[in-house]
Design a protein around this ligand. Structure first.
Ligand code: FES
Length: 190
């Protein structure tokens, strides 16, 4: 029988540790749990775009909270990926206004072009497709969110193809200070 080796426990890089330390200065010492959401984002960026149970345990350890407190949050918000994903995660809004403006056709087109099914990843590992609820930009339906950026009015094949070629040309950059990643329609974190 082959000897089994214990999986390596994940650890944050020095850059991520420094960013987490800086983030925690924004919260009272006895309220560090409030930094859970941004630290989960850092963890997701650090560990390949998803948060495994081991990574979530690391987040819990970092914040001095119970793992279940992290699991409850990560499984609630669709922004956190709980299984491996491709280089770009496309969150397709499927709620009423986007549906009326063609989100079903948009999804079918994306599946055809990328080779990924909703909930899965393209064979080349570039795109993961997810369906999500209202992204609060109904006036610009149909919408796809990719990290911090909204791609709006994707109601023609040309608009979708332009989005995909833009994404294919992007290279993810390392973690940025949290405040610098939040601007809508920004490409800062790529
Ligand atoms: S329904 Fe799609 S953004 Fe609101």
């Amino acid at each position: 029988m082959e000897p089994t080796t214990a999986p390596t426990k994940p650890t944050f890089s020095p850059a991520a540790q420094a960013e987490i330390k800086r983030l925690l200065t924004h919260y009272p010492e006895d309220r560090s749990k409030s930094a859970l959401l941004p630290i989960l984002h850092i963890a997701q960026a650090e560990f390949g775009g998803w948060v495994s149970p081991e990574v979530q345990d690391l987040v819990a350890e970092t914040l001095g909270i119970k793992p279940i407190e992290v699991y409850e949050v990560s499984s609630f918000y669709t922004q956190y990926n709980l299984k491996p994903v491709g280089k770009h995660v496309l969150e397709i809004c499927r709620t009423g206004p986007c549906m009326l403006r063609g989100s079903d056709e948009l999804t079918a087109h994306l599946e055809r072009i990328t080779g990924a099914k909703v909930g899965g990843t393209s064979p080349d590992g570039t795109f993961t497709l997810k369906e999500v609820e209202c992204l609060a930009a109904c006036g610009f339906a149909p919408i796809v969110q990719v990290r911090e950026k909204y791609y709006e009015q994707l109601d023609t094949p040309e608009a979708v193809d332009a989005m995909l070629s833009e994404l294919k040309s992007l290279v993810h950059r390392p973690i940025l200070p949290w405040e610098e990643t939040g601007l809508p329609n920004s490409l800062k974190n790529y």
